[in-house]
Design a protein around this ligand. Structure first.
Ligand SMILES: NC(=O)c1ccc[n+]([C@@H]2O[C@H](COP(=O)([O-])OP(=O)(O)OC[C@H]3O[C@@H](n4cnc5c(N)ncnc54)[C@H](OP(=O)(O)O)[C@@H]3O)[C@@H](O)[C@H]2O)c1
Length: 297
């Protein structure tokens, strides 16, 4: 039978690394994906030590060097993982946002990182996930979905660029896609769950959450208060923030459940209303199909 296999994207640091550690402790053979080989090697060492300490670790962890902001590299990763056959858990943990607007392969960067890249990876791995059923896909979400506009007729809405709002919109796209995918996969044994980590002090939060330019001028006037709220909500540990992903990926009590959100406290939470709208899901699906067909980068 062999060990169950799990993949964690952006799994060499922050919340992803803690998720990978927890999966190894639960007996999974873990693959972590990131860009930096040094971080990858250090992550594998830590994951293996945790697996051994928990009495497992029979199959060592593995690092795959992939830049998930490139759809071509995502396709390559899916090729490698898909050819291996077994895949019990896919944690789509990569995400992030930027203070100043940037693009990856001609598409606004946070839309690529938080939605397009995990969307493409998941779609390409559906044969392996279905063949390995019961299996789970975990979509790492964020409370920022509440700030996302709900129109998805193009990769970017009009108007000025405020990174946190674009992040919320991209996370909303991915949550709507994930809840819709859960319906599409009903009866296959592949469950799709979203996980909201709450907040943690990580590279992502320390790089971005202290800069008032991430929010619109209307919210920026509230920065003395908002900045403190952000600082407080991202002051916790990545280990605690990994809880929702770990519950979504491993909790036996969730067997047979799909299309649900796990909150930062590890309990089932109510999804943002826009993420459950069939119209939003349909426009996200059309946009995603079009963008990945157009972009061969
Ligand atoms: N931190 C929070 O407060 C918070 C709150 C809500 C939701 N979230 C969500 O939780 C998830 C993890 O967040 P985090 O704060 O742990 O993020 P993070 O600190 O940016 O995560 C660092 C990890 O991401 C990898 N990474 C970054 N860009 C990558 C790329 N292009 N390709 C491959 N790997 C990449 C890094 O490895 P390399 O540098 O080696 O590539 C490293 O393993 C994200 O989806 C985020 O949106 C976080």
């Amino acid at each position: 039978m062999g060990a169950k296999r799990a993949v964690v994207t952006a799994g060499t640091g922050g919340i992803g690394l803690e998720t990978a550690v927890g999966l190894a402790e639960a007996g999974f053979a873990v693959t972590v994906v990131g860009r930096d080989a040094g971080r990858g090697a250090a992550a594998v060492e830590r994951i293996d030590a945790a697996g051994r300490a928990a009495g497992g670790g029979a199959v060592p962890a593995r690092f795959l060097r992939v830049d998930l902001s490139s759809l071509a590299e995502v396709r390559g990763l899916a090729g490698v993982l898909g050819a291996e056959g077994r895949l019990d858990v896919l944690v789509n943990n990569v995400g992030g946002f930027f203070v100043e607007r940037r693009e990856f392969g001609g598409v606004e960067a946070s839309f690529v990182l938080n939605h397009l890249s995990p969307y493409l990876l998941t779609e390409l791995l559906l044969p392996a996930l279905t063949a390995s059923a019961p299996s789970r896909v975990v979509a790492v979400s964020s409370a920022a979905v509440a700030l996302g506009g709900r129109r998805f007729d193009s990769a970017e809405p009009g108007g000025s660029y405020y990174g946190f709002h674009r992040y919320g919109r991209a996370k909303l796209a991915n949550l709507a896609y994930s809840l819709d995918l859960a319906k599409r996969l009903e009866g296959t044994g592949v469950a799709v769950l979203a996980a909201d980590p709450g907040g943690a002090s990580t590279d992502l939060s320390t790089r971005t959450m202290t800069d008032p330019r991430i929010v619109s001028p209307a919210l920026r006037v509230l920065w003395p208060v908002l900045g403190r709220v952000f600082a407080r909500s991202t002051s916790g540990s990545a280990r605690d923030a990994a809880r929702s992903s770990l519950v979504a990926a491993t909790d036996p009590g969730l067997a047979g459940r799909t299309g649900i959100v796990i909150g930062a406290d590890g309990r089932v939470a109510r999804p943002a209303r826009a993420a459950t709208s069939p119209a939003v899901a349909a426009s996200v699906r059309q946009l995603s199909e079009r963008l990945v067909a157009e972009r061969r980068d």
